[in-house]
Design a protein around this ligand. Structure first.
Ligand SMILES: Cc1cc2nc3c(=O)[nH]c(=O)nc-3n(C[C@H](O)[C@H](O)[C@H](O)COP(=O)(O)O)c2cc1C
Length: 226
């Protein structure tokens, strides 16, 4: 069984609960297993956060921001800084394949903000988000997301490009990309942003928006799954 390494923070137990369910799902459905370390436990046990991580991992991070009204203020990180210290140590950020943010939608624009701040600071993608303990739909989607990212990380030099589209601009973009479309099984779509920004909407089968995310040159979209 393949082991996926996770460094995360959980203070009130929501993220730990989510990871337990994710681990259960991955073992049952995808023959993969999580090895998850709550960085707060390292702090509690007086263990050093200055160690080098030499294997790829994912980070899971709930937002804990001080004060703020959820709109214009309140973006000072509190309580989760030990994970930042670990990631910032030597080359540890280079092994992070991506971060999954969590939070509470009552915080409006601050929802999952810390994960986005880490992404901007360290240059790895925000792969997904969930609220509080997450739903079963979140567990399934995020399992697939981790899997796709692992494939991308491991095999990106071996993946074969079967079709390359010409560079696009807002005025020259294929109709299919402007509207909802499926990607064939066994294939992934890779977009590279050369300048400007793009907003990608992920839709449920019924067309409802599941998630929207904006990418730019310093925050490139991850592979888009079948
Ligand atoms: C003091 C405090 C500040 C918080 N700030 C935010 C925030 O800015 N944005 C957000 O989305 N959630 C915020 N939350 C909600 C937590 O991220 C959320 O409850 C999360 O599920 C906690 O994860 P944990 O139980 O694994 O620690 C805050 C919670 C607390 C207690």
């Amino acid at each position: 069984m393949q082991v996926i390494r996770i460094y995360y923070i959980s203070l009130s137990g929501n993220t730990t609960n989510f990871l337990e369910r994710l681990d259960h799902y991955l073992q049952k459905e995808l023959q993969e297993k999580l090895d998850y370390v709550n960085v707060k436990d390292l702090v509690k046990n007086n263990e050093s956060l200055e160690f080098e991580i030499k294997e790829p991992y994912f980070a899971f991070l709930p937002a804990y921001l001080e004060g703020g009204n959820g709109v214009t203020t309140g973006n000072i990180e509190i309580l989760t800084t030990p994970l930042r210290r670990l990631i910032a140590y030597k080359k540890n950020s280079k092994y992070c394949m991506g971060i999954i943010g969590s939070g509470n939608r009552n915080f409006n624009k601050q929802f999952c903000l810390t994960a986005h701040q880490y992404s901007e600071e360290f240059g790895f993608p925000v792969l997904d988000e969930f609220e509080l303990r997450g739903t079963e739909e979140d567990v399934i989607r995020i399992s697939n997301r981790l899997n796709t990212r692992l494939i991308e990380w491991r095999y990106s030099s071996e993946l074969v490009s079967y079709r390359l589209l010409p560079n696009m601009t807002p005025h020259h973009m294929p109709h299919t990309l402007r509207h909802s479309h499926h990607i064939k099984d066994g294939t992934w779509e890779k977009l590279t942003i050369w300048s400007g920004k793009i907003k990608i909407f992920e839709l449920r089968e019924n067309g409802d928006v599941l998630r929207e995310c904006t990418y730019d040159t310093s925050n490139q979209p991850p592979f888009i799954e079948p």
